[in-house]
Write a protein that binds this ligand. Structure first.
Ligand code: PAF
Length: 279
């Protein structure tokens, strides 16, 4: 497995693979990989001849007061995980390689991105759509793999691929959890022991909502209230949002009568965690 840092070095390798008729899978990541990422890479390896993992902390998707500078990074550890999972290349560019200093073109979306995470992170999805479009143009994959944990991101990418006619299949992969239910996230590393325990309230509260819906509850407000009440029992938790939306277009709903996404964002101490369940 190779670590490649420049577009100039990566492109001829991919062109060579394509000339041989090989399929290419892309797993876009911001590094500090965990078993959730590993599950994406393993799936990509099982469905493609060659797999590229991008490992790039994308500055354009962080707001001014967010954790860009402190976001965890460890390329050697990432390389070991990618190699064990069967990836062929890690693409690990510097920000200067990905963005011209006088860049003035962005990919934006005027639906799907305004609620949920987009409400408190107004620049986030433009940054995600821009960098993912660039990665699609650089790697030209047949398939790209994204985790369901970022459910809004997955819906946004699927819509962007449809709207901009990218000839790429987007594969969504299930959330991977610790044995006690905490969804894996690179940001879990920020949690101290007390916060790590407190973070279990996310999955516990989502499970309450899930069980209500599975038992036939159709009233969105009742489910939202039950989840909110449960989250409020944890003193270290501060709710950013509890949303129940149509899982495809991210539109709010009053009655639960189609495929539904129950999504939450909660601060545990200073760490903002997200989790969701799709029904
Ligand atoms: O999900 C992530 O890690 C990032 O948002 C992504 C898709 C790699 C774009 O930077």
């Amino acid at each position: 497995m190779k670590i490649i840092k420049t577009i100039e070095e990566l492109r001829p390798i991919i062109k060579g693979w394509k000339r041989e008729g090989l399929t290419v899978g892309l797993v876009p990541t911001m590094g500090y990989l965990h078993d959730g990422h590993k599950s994406l890479i393993v799936k990509a390896v099982s469905e493609n001849d060659k797999v590229v993992v991008s490992d790039f902390v994308n500055p354009t998707q962080f707001g001014a007061n967010e954790d860009l500078s402190s976001y965890p990074r460890d390329i050697e550890r990432d390389a070991a995980l990618c190699e064990a999972a069967g990836a062929d290349i890690i693409f690990h560019p510097e920000p200067e390689e990905m963005y011209f200093p006088d860049k003035c073109t962005f990919v934006d979306m005027d639906k799907l991105t305004k609620g949920l995470c987009g409400k408190t992170r107004p620049v986030h999805f433009s940054g995600v759509c821009t960098v993912v479009s660039k990665l699609f143009n650089i790697v030209t994959p047949d398939r790209a793999y994204f985790g369901q944990k970022d459910a809004q991101q997955l819906a946004v990418i699927k819509r962007m691929v449809r709207d901009l006619n990218f000839d790429i299949t987007i594969v969504g992969c299930p959330i991977v959890r610790e044995a006690d239910g905490l969804a894996l996230s690179s940001r879990n590393t920020y949690l101290n022991a007390e916060e790590r325990k407190a973070a279990l309230i996310l999955n516990k509260s989502l499970t309450i909502g899930k069980e209500m819906i599975e038992a036939g509850e159709k009233d969105v407000e009742k489910v939202r209230e039950a989840i909110t009440k449960s989250l409020q029992t944890e003193p270290l938790a501060k709710i950013d949002y509890v949303e129940i939306v149509n899982s495809e277009n991210m539109e709010p709903m009053e009655q639960i009568n189609s495929s539904v996404l129950v999504a939450i964002a909660v601060y545990i101490g200073k760490t903002r965690l997200i989790d969701n369940v799709m029904l």
